[in-house]
Structure formats: structure tokens, C-alpha cells
Design a protein around this ligand. Structure first.
Ligand SMILES: *[C@@H]1O[C@H](CO)[C@@H](O)[C@H](O)[C@H]1NC(C)=O
Ligand SMILES: *[C@@H]1O[C@H](CO)[C@@H](O)[C@H](O)[C@H]1NC(C)=O
Length: 118
């Protein structure tokens, strides 16, 4: 079955119209994103509560999450800017795993090529 896609000119026109409508002098100016900060997050995953100490450190290319489950253990999640994450515990189980997440130019290249192909 052929999927009908909207002509590009109409899409571009709609984007331009929307841009004109929403860009007013009263728009709030976002604050500059700090290169380093500490945040305390309280999460609720469908009733599973946790407290996360997030240490964001763009300068050194990393983001460190220390995840304390309510009535549970502590998980350390160290995420590097190259997409590699190390998730580990320091309790008696001493578990450790790594993951490779797609980030930066390769992710944008893939998303862009996917958008072009639809
Ligand atoms: C967490 O979310 C659940 C729904 O998934 C809700 O019933 C519960 O009250 C929430 N707990 C807190 C502390 O907000
Ligand atoms: C990403 O950087 C971390 C920290 O330097 C390193 O341990 C890891 O091996 C790197 N991952 C890749 C895919 O190069």
C-alpha cells in the first residue's frame, strides 16, 4: 500500500506560518544551560519511588546518576558523552553492565535520513 506524503512545500509553508504566529516579543528567553550542575530528582515509576542525585558535567563529558531506590539499593549510572554508559552497584552483588547509546552526530544523521526517506 502506498503511503501518501504531503508535498514538501506545504510542510515548509506550515512551519513558516507557525513560526510567524508564535514568535512574539513576549516569548520567554530560556536561561543558558549550565555546563555543570547538581540536581536532586524524585522519580515515581508507576509507584516505584527513587531519589536520583544527578551530577551533570558537560565540561568533563559525563553525567552521573546515583539512584537510590526507596527501601532498596543504590545504582550508579555513569553516562559518557560518547554514548557509553556504565551501570553498577557497590553492594555485595557488585553488578555491572555497560550500554552504548546513540548520541550526537550519528543519531542526528540517522534521524535526518529517516525523515528524508518517509
Ligand atoms: C506514585 O505513582 C502512583 C501511580 O502510579 C501513585 O498511586 C502514588 O501515589 C505515587 N506516589 C507518590 C509518592 O507520588
Ligand atoms: C567512552 O568514554 C569512556 C570514558 O573515557 C570510556 O571508558 C569508553 O570506553 C568510551 N567508549 C567508547 C565507545 O569509546
Amino acid at each position: 500500500m502506498a503511503i501518501r506524503r504531503p508535498p514538501r512545500l506545504i510542510v515548509i509553508f506550515l512551519v513558516l506560518i507557525a513560526g510567524v504566529q508564535f514568535a512574539t516579543a513576549d516569548d520567554p528567553v530560556p536561561a543558558t544551560w549550565p555546563h555543570q550542575f547538581h540536581a536532586l530528582l524524585f522519580m515515581n515509576y508507576s509507584g516505584d519511588l527513587s531519589m536520583i542525585n544527578l551530577w551533570y558535567d558537560w565540561t568533563n563529558g559525563r553525567n552521573f546518576n546515583i539512584i537510590q531506590e526507596q527501601l532498596g539499593g543504590i545504582t550508579y549510572d555513569l553516562e559518557w558523552n560518547n554514548g557509553t554508559s556504565f551501570v553498577y552497584t557497590l553492594d555485595e552483588s557488585k553488578s555491572c553492565r555497560s550500554a552504548q547509546l546513540e548520541v550526537g552526530p550519528s543519531l542526528y544523521a540517522r534521524l535526518f535520513s529517516r525523515a528524508e526517506n518517509t
